[in-house]
Write a protein that binds this ligand. Structure first.
Ligand code: AMP
Ligand code: GLY
Length: 410
């Protein structure tokens, strides 16, 4: 058994740490494409997905696991399937649930899945008329992928109009040629990761992502500054989530969704019930860092059952105590993070039993340097896990280090 892991962030590092414990793999059986500082070995270089698939076939790789969204949207899984290599990841058609907000909205509408009211706008002349339909300034969303930056929450109608114009005018190139104006919702956000094998949907409990840059949920929206798993849920909330997942299962079944991969539902629990904010077709970062740390069992076994269409035979098991992830980021994140600073004392984490997952990190001559906005994920499970994570967070040093001090179960 040989597998290929695609992607370079802390999410992929978490997958690697989990996969390398699999009893089904030898030490040298994991290969990497577009890898990060966590695995600079067994790397397959390529110019396009055909070349990558050809090399993977020649090496004898049996399974591709795709971390990020862009290669899914670009059809990496379609190419690997042509080469008869199994994949964990949606084909380009189903990747549209993430790569096209209008595709996702139509899917939800068709299957009666509750989501915020919206208007699809393709021309600047439509903006004024659409804005009149909202009582509060709507959320502006680029239809396509925009590296997590394509959603804007304006405070006034005037700002909404300007941002809508900016998006349509090409702020995100083709990705914002179409935009969505969407009713703003208020509530608590949950991330639910589901696995789909073409017939069966199995979901992890909701995880919480701390999206805002600063403590008390203040500051800019980010890719996520920390996570905790599992979320605390009231009976009402649990019931809403379960009803929603049943609907999602039915929607995928009725659509004969022919892919084997992840569906990540970005949900908002509002007073009047649960709404879907968005779909992603990959695991969320940093939520998956906590989820995988909490997971008991062999994740590769789960993936192999998926490609055999036997996900129904799997029962997920988790630790009794929760898991946490705190992200150490570079000052200037999310807009213009400072990079190139040396990272000191990474080994402090070991002392506290904290796992360090590398994201925006570059390794040069044995030293580690910051190389992006979110630099490290510190992960641990158990009763005193948060205390230990925060001790490590303090002792690991780099210029401009920022992190939230209020990650917790909620
Ligand atoms: P999305 O990429 O659609 O999940 O949007 C990114 C973030 O923007 C979400 O995680 C929410 O925090 C926020 N957001 C998106 N849509 C809405 C909405 N309709 N109402 C309020 N906040 C939203
Ligand atoms: N944590 C949010 C995301 O991965 O998109």
């Amino acid at each position: 058994m040989k597998i290929l892991l695609f992607g370079s962030g802390a999410r992929e590092h978490a997958l690697y740490e989990t996969l390398k414990n699999s009893k089904l793999l030898g030490e040298n059986d994991i290969y990497f494409a577009k890898t990060g500082a966590f695995a600079p070995f067994n790397v397959i270089e390529f110019c396009d997905y055909y070349e990558l698939a050809k090399k993977a076939r020649d090496i004898g790789i049996n399974l591709l696991i795709v971390g990020p969204e862009a290669p899914l949207a670009d059809g990496i899984c379609d190419v690997f399937l042509k080469f008869k290599i199994n994949v964990i990841g949606a084909n380009s058609y189903w990747a549209q649930l993430e790569s096209s907000k209008s595709f996702a909205k139509s899917f939800m509408k068709k299957f009666n899945i509750k989501t915020a009211n919206y208007f699809l706008i393709e021309d600047i002349s439509q903006i004024d008329g659409a804005l009149l339909k909202f009582t509060n300034p709507p959320v502006i969303k680029a239809d396509g992928l925009a590296q997590g930056k394509g959603v804007y929450l304006p405070k006034t109608f005037e700002e909404a109009k300007n941002v809508a114009k900016d998006f349509l005018g090409g702020k995100f190139g083709n990705s914002s040629k179409k935009i969505i104006l969407e009713q703003r919702l208020f509530g608590r956000e949950l991330s639910v990761f589901s696995l789909w094998d073409g017939k069966t949907l199995k979901s992890f409990s909701p995880a919480c992502d701390f999206k805002k840059l600063l403590d008390d949920d203040k500051g800019e929206n980010t890719g996520g500054m920390g996570s905790a798993y599992p979320c605390k849920l009231s009976d009402f909330e649990l019931n809403e989530v379960n009803n929603y997942l049943k609907k999602l299962n039915d929607a995928l079944s009725l659509s004969k969704a022919d892919f084997c991969g992840v569906v990540y539902s970005g949900l908002m629990m509002c007073n009047e019930g649960l709404y879907v904010l968005e779909y992603n077709m990959r695991f969320g970062d940093p939520e998956i860092q906590s989820v995988l740390d909490n997971f008991c069992g062999d994740i590769l076994d789960v993936f192999l059952k998926m490609v055999d269409g036997k996900l129904d035979e799997i029962d997920f098991k988790f630790k009794e105590e929760p898991s946490y992830c705190v992200v150490l980021a570079s000052c200037g994140y999310p807009f213009s993070p400072q990079t190139g600073c040396e990272i000191f004392n990474l080994e402090a984490a070991k002392k506290y039993g904290v796992k360090v997952l590398l994201a925006g990190v570059k390794k040069l001559e044995g030293k580690y340097y910051t190389n992006g906005g979110r630099v490290l994920s510190l992960v641990k499970s158990g009763k005193n896990a948060l205390l230990d994570i925060y001790k490590a967070a303090q002792e690991i040093k780099f210029d401009g280090k920022i992190y939230r001090k209020d990650i917790r179960l909620r």
